[in-house]
Design a protein around this ligand. Structure first.
Ligand code: MN
Ligand code: MN
Length: 326
């Protein structure tokens, strides 16, 4: 779908700054990859949600990390890396998600880092105020703790419990009686609070020890490597069924060779190809919300991790555009 401002100019002559100059919310609109305002995928940078199908927002929190901090810079890095993908329509998809969905970049969630106990509520409120107006939300982390208030907002909007489609090296269900702000315990709390239904959820790519699965279905990294992409897709579909699904992708699900820029890397993980193929193969599931978290660009090399995250975020937009109710 051509943008009016592009007129008859050849693609390589398109103007810069589509994030602030584009008229239409639809379509892929090439501009120089190295220049211009770096919204996610050059979508319009706006907080006007009239006619919007999906909002992309950053949640730059990284104080809940166990090991290396730095995921607060994740949203900015993913936006920057996405500019090379925004050059042309995505490869191999049956349609360009931007022809079906009006997607905007809302900017980042604001919270007061000096009042950490108030941050979860500020994230929940930010998310709910957006999805309560109608659009779906694709959030860019931030460390994985942000998924908890994001899921709270989605349950507030859609009811629960939701199915969690969770990609990670870690279960993030370690027991915690005290309600810590911790990126390794939030799915323990999400299950305990009835926000997600472990029996209709699936955790893919795990490769760290936690004897108590809390009833979550687990397709760990060795299982995925032994059984392959198609079997992973088939099992994941069985687990989530037609229940509303929240997709949460911790970038450390990928092997450190595909995602070095993250706080708690673990060897033996998925390739970017496997992860993208699994997401694409799940087209038709009832996705209602999405996040990509734990990109910490200070440890990245050549934008490997941020590129993977922006590709996975695009797969999520395709998954959302392909949901059965779409
Ligand atoms: Mn992890
Ligand atoms: Mn995680």
């Amino acid at each position: 779908m051509a943008d009016k401002k592009r007129g008859n100019a050849p693609q390589h002559m398109s103007s810069s700054d589509a994030a602030i100059t584009r008229d239409s919310l639809y379509g892929t609109l090439p501009e120089p990859t190295y220049a211009g305002v770096t919204s996610f995928m050059r979508r319009k940078y706006t907080q006007d949600l009239d006619g919007v199908d999906v909002v992309v927002t950053g949640v730059p929190l990284d104080t809940a990390t166990t090991n290396r901090p730095g995921a607060r810079f994740g949203p900015r890095a993913i936006r920057a890396a996405s500019t090379i993908m925004a050059w042309e329509r995505p490869y191999g998809m049956a349609f360009d998600p931007f022809d079906k969905l009006a997607v905007v970049d809302y900017g980042d969630c604001y919270f007061d880092f000096g009042r950490p106990q108030g941050v979860p509520e500020q994230i929940r409120k930010h998310a709910f105020e957006i999805i309560d107006q109608g659009p779906a939300l694709l959030s860019l982390g931030g460390d994985h703790f942000v998924a908890y208030p994001l899921i709270e907002a989605h349950v507030q909007k859609h009811g629960g419990p939701l199915s969690l489609l969770h990609f990670d090296a870690h279960s993030d269900t370690w027991a915690d009686p005290d309600g810590r702000i911790d990126h390794g315990t939030m799915f323990y709390h999400a299950a305990k609070a009835g926000l997600v239904d472990p029996a209709r959820s699936v955790q893919i790519g795990l490769r760290t020890t936690n004897p108590d699965t809390m009833g979550f279905n687990v397709l760990d990294a060795p299982w995925v490597h032994a059984n392959g992409i198609d079997a992973t897709i088939a099992r994941a579909r069985e687990f989530v069924g037609n229940n509303p699904v929240y997709v949460s992708f911790d970038i450390d699900c990928l092997d450190p060779s595909y995602a070095p820029g993250t706080g708690t890397p673990v060897c033996g993980g998925l390739t970017s190809h496997q992860a993208m193929a699994i997401l694409r193969g799940l087209a038709g599931i009832n996705v209602i919300g999405m996040d990509v978290v734990e990109v910490a660009p200070a440890y990245d090399i050549g934008e490997i991790t941020a590129l993977a995250a922006s590709h996975l975020a695009m797969e999520m937009l395709y998954l959302y555009a392909s949901r059965s109710s779409a």
